[in-house]
Design a protein. Sequence first.
Lengths: 551, 103
Amino acid sequence: MYAYDELDRTLINERVSEFRDQVKRRLSGELTEDEFKMLRLQNGVYLQLHAYMFRVAIPYGTLSSKQLRRLAHVARRYDRGYGHFTTRQNIQFNWIKLSELPDALAELAEVGIHAMQTSGNNMRNVTSDQWAGVAPGEVEDPRIWSEILRQHTTLHPEFSFLPRKFKIAITASEHDRAAIKVHDIGLRLHKNADGETGFEVLVGGGLGRTPFIAKTIKPYVAGRDILSYVEAILRVYNQYGRRDNIYKARIKILVHELGIEKFAREVEEEWKQMGHGALTLDHSVIEEVRSRFSYPPYEKLPHMPDELKQAAHDPLFERWRKNSVAPHKVQGYSIVTLSLKPVGGPPGDATADQMDAVADLADRYSFGEIRVGHEQNLALPHVAKRDLPQLWKALDRIGLATPNVNLVTDIIACPGLDYCSLANARSIPIAQELTRRFANHDTAEMIGRLHINISGCINACGHHHVGHIGILGVEKNGEEFYQITIGGRADENAQMGALIGPAVPYAEVADVIEDIVEAYLALRDRPEELFVDTVKRLGVEPFKERVYATR
Amino acid sequence: MTSPLQQKIKITGPSMVTANRTSDGIVIYRTAKQGWSASLSDAAIVRTSDEARALLAEANADDVGAVGAYIAPVELKDGGEIKPGNLRERIRSKGLTIDLLPA
């Protein structure tokens, strides 16, 4: 966990007071909506179809049990008893009243939670690997660097009015769980030939209307220089990024139009001019931030405790353990993913009661810590293996032991037209129907790892471009249609999926996905060949033939 | 001279003006009595682009009470019942189409 200092607490509290005054002036008519809109957006407040939506940041996906209980309280007291975890380590409340928002913010501020810069044309929540600090083989905890960047860019005047929103993600593992290649800046911690820790810097990734995979702009930037180098990128973007056309305003367009070489030269020039001044991170500064992250007092535990050996005889436990429990850097401990994808449920939603129960379980089994991943699931990062059987039973009682992590029903979906004012089509009911179609766990296991991502519009909040199967809702003559892509992926080998053919109507989507999966099962050369690898080997054509032969 | 914004308003059938209430964000409809109602059945119906433009201008003038006013299509049933004219408005009028709990 990261412990906020007095400066952080003061900043958050001052922000609440400021926003309280702004809301008061808006409700009295002193501020017009035109004047107020940017102010509310800078505090994570959108206007959606039915109500205001309030987006709260969960920096680098780390929450304490106390913070999660407070989120549950906000869901219960100010909303309708549930929240929606997003693909960028935020939580959204869908029914909040503007008049009550300052009180909700004040209650969150008491536990160090805020909504600053969760919307607007500024630096958004800096995200990271949800297994940061506990994943085996990690170079070092990437959250230290996420926090340094968070501190530097929060309310930074130069970055408060960027051409468009700006998203950074950081990973420190070989396997990228933070989707860094589809971010404006992606940072990969690694060691250079001399064994020093630094970053590969990628730039210009993103999804939405014009998707791009990020390109490496510099293979190695030393840790002490990362702040100045990121700032150099932002300065070039701030200067040359387009403000005349919202659809061309993201840095990915600038990088694409200039070309990565020219863009890199501009950044290099800017970086040189900045010199090695105040932005060069002193070792003591890095260590100060590092010291504010606390790690649990792990016990010395056996690799395979008796409790686990015994529980392994229960096939239901084993099924859950196989896809929900991951290795931990400390012997005798595990990382446990809590699926927020129950069959028939809205992906990523958790009720206030579930949040409270997870907070209690985190206290009992995970040193009071919870993680939030971009796949819209939660995780308990420090569970002793001996406690896994008890934890599983407890999770099952609250509906959070669905054994489908990374399987076909572990679907990422945006809120879609049920909530979102930008959406063209619904996402959640498509996801719900697909989870019912693939509800049989034996079938899902036989299919293997398969990520379905659904977006209700081209803005791609459901990251459909990088789903193994991507589903994009579009509107045709007032009806919902869905374009299907296959072969996308969001990991270290990130790539965009390829369109298989014409969009299909709402009622046919689940049938089409079943056809694609059946085609895969018939085409894979062995059970271990993942869907995405079969698509890579064979291309789109056989799947296209299967889907459209009878349509 | 007509402004470019005004020229963009063109309706092809019966329409209403809808917005969200500023204080709590709930869906509201502009009424014929120059007020707002949470019920679609109270909405003022316009049939020409000029009428739509006028109703929208009136709605926009109430910047304190409502936010994000726009014109949306409706269907008029026999007997005068007003129905939303597209899926987006059906969802705004009737609420979520999904089960919130697993089923």
